[in-house]
Write a protein that binds this ligand. Structure first.
Ligand SMILES: [Zn+2]
Ligand SMILES: [Zn+2]
Ligand SMILES: [Zn+2]
Length: 148
């Protein structure tokens, strides 16, 4: 959508409504909200509240939502990692696959780049070589003058 929708009202607008891919640009002047009178609670029949639903955990490397596979194990297809259902311990999907091992190429990890007096300990990519996500290096920031 290249066009910025115009509205007739300067008052607080409801979230834009979309119907079949078309944004409804006319704001109804007299919304239900403003003229709604609270009735006695006993008058109304309410549907049951929706229960919260568990979401699959996010992949620790790329942050995308994992897929849940039987029996109760999570997997990131892009990073080719599994996470155990009980404690989310990560593992390669194919146990003996070689790591990607591409060196860290993040120029922000040079000394003093992000924060004066700090540097990064950089590592090669730890994901399996078949991963299609961004490389994950797990580089850690530390004070530059602190030796390990
Ligand atoms: Zn991932
Ligand atoms: Zn790095
Ligand atoms: Zn990689």
């Amino acid at each position: 959508m290249a066009e910025t929708p115009k509205t007739r009202s300067t008052r607080k607008e409801p979230a834009p409504a979309w119907v079949d891919g078309q944004q409804i640009i006319d704001v109804v002047e007299d919304s239900v909200d403003e003229h709604w009178e609270q009735r006695e609670v006993t008058d109304v029949a309410l549907s049951p509240l929706p229960a919260a639903e568990h979401q699959a955990p996010a992949c620790g490397a790329c942050g995308a939502e994992t897929n849940c596979y039987e029996p109760y194990e999570y997997q990131c297809d892009d990073c080719v990692l599994t996470f155990s259902g009980s404690d989310l311990t990560p593992a390669y999907v194919v146990e003996d696959e070689k790591p990607c091992a591409k060196p860290c190429a993040n120029s922000w990890h040079e000394p003093d780049k992000i924060k004066n007096g700090y540097r990064f300990d950089c590592f090669p990519c730890a994901l399996p070589s078949s991963h299609t996500s961004m490389c994950w290096t797990g580089c850690t920031m530390r004070e530059a003058d602190r030796d390990r």
